[in-house]
Design a protein around this ligand. Structure first.
Ligand code: SF4
Ligand code: SF4
Length: 198
């Protein structure tokens, strides 16, 4: 897992990397690499995720329902609470009625693990993947567009910042023409780090 510096997450730098990364399709860049292939939209979402700053308003934890869980999320929560997995499953999860084999947190608003007074997650280190990737990355892989969650002020602000940063980079002809293969490869790696830093 790589820690990114503040400078690397600077909006202008992220916008520059994003435009380079999306200048060539993945099949050209990753032809010889055993690497997952992402869509252009995925790279935009990674860029958003890098710029995103949570306002700690608690909206997602108090109104977000259902909250989806992967099997490993339930296991991590059980471990964090020092209780058997079957007890954690019974106490905190429910079968998603729309997706066979998929678990959600029980219908609880706010989330049972949200600390209203401290405005934070009581199981932060073991919080589910869906909470880690909110609000930009999809839990089941690629989606065809970025959905801005209007109830998340950090999400709205991020889109504004990224759009402005892209305008700045595009206004600089030298930067906007960064379509070199090596640069595109480096930019894609840079953005993929966003996933590793979650
Ligand atoms: S698990 Fe934590 S981060 Fe996820 S919704 Fe509940 S309180 Fe929020
Ligand atoms: S709604 Fe957005 S800004 Fe508010 S706590 Fe959740 S992630 Fe942070």
């Amino acid at each position: 897992m790589t820690e990114m510096t503040k400078l690397e997450r600077d909006p202008k730098n992220v916008a520059l990397q994003l435009l380079s990364a999306t200048s060539l399709p993945d099949w050209e860049v990753f032809r010889e690499m055993d690497a997952p292939r992402y869509t252009t939209v995925d790279y935009y979402r990674m860029a958003c995720h890098m710029i995103f700053a949570c306002h700690r308003c608690g909206n997602c934890c108090t109104t977000g329902d259902p909250i989806r869980l992967r099997p490993e999320d339930a296991a991590a929560i059980a471990k964090s609470l020092k209780i058997p997995l079957n007890k954690a499953l019974k106490k905190y999860t429910i079968q998603d009625p729309k997706k066979a084999g998929v678990l959600d947190f029980k219908h609880i608003l706010p989330c049972k693990f949200y600390d209203l007074s401290a405005k934070g997650c009581k199981i932060y280190a073991a919080r589910p993947w869906s909470c880690r990737i909110f609000p930009f990355l999809g839990i089941y892989g690629s989606e065809d567009k970025i959905k801005v969650n209007e109830s998340c002020p950090g999400s709205v602000e991020t889109m504004k910042i990224l759009k402005e940063a892209i305008e700045v980079v595009r206004a600089d002809a030298k930067m906007a023409n960064a379509t070199d293969l090596a640069e595109a490869r480096n930019a894609k790696e840079f953005l993929r780090e966003a996933l590793n830093s979650i």
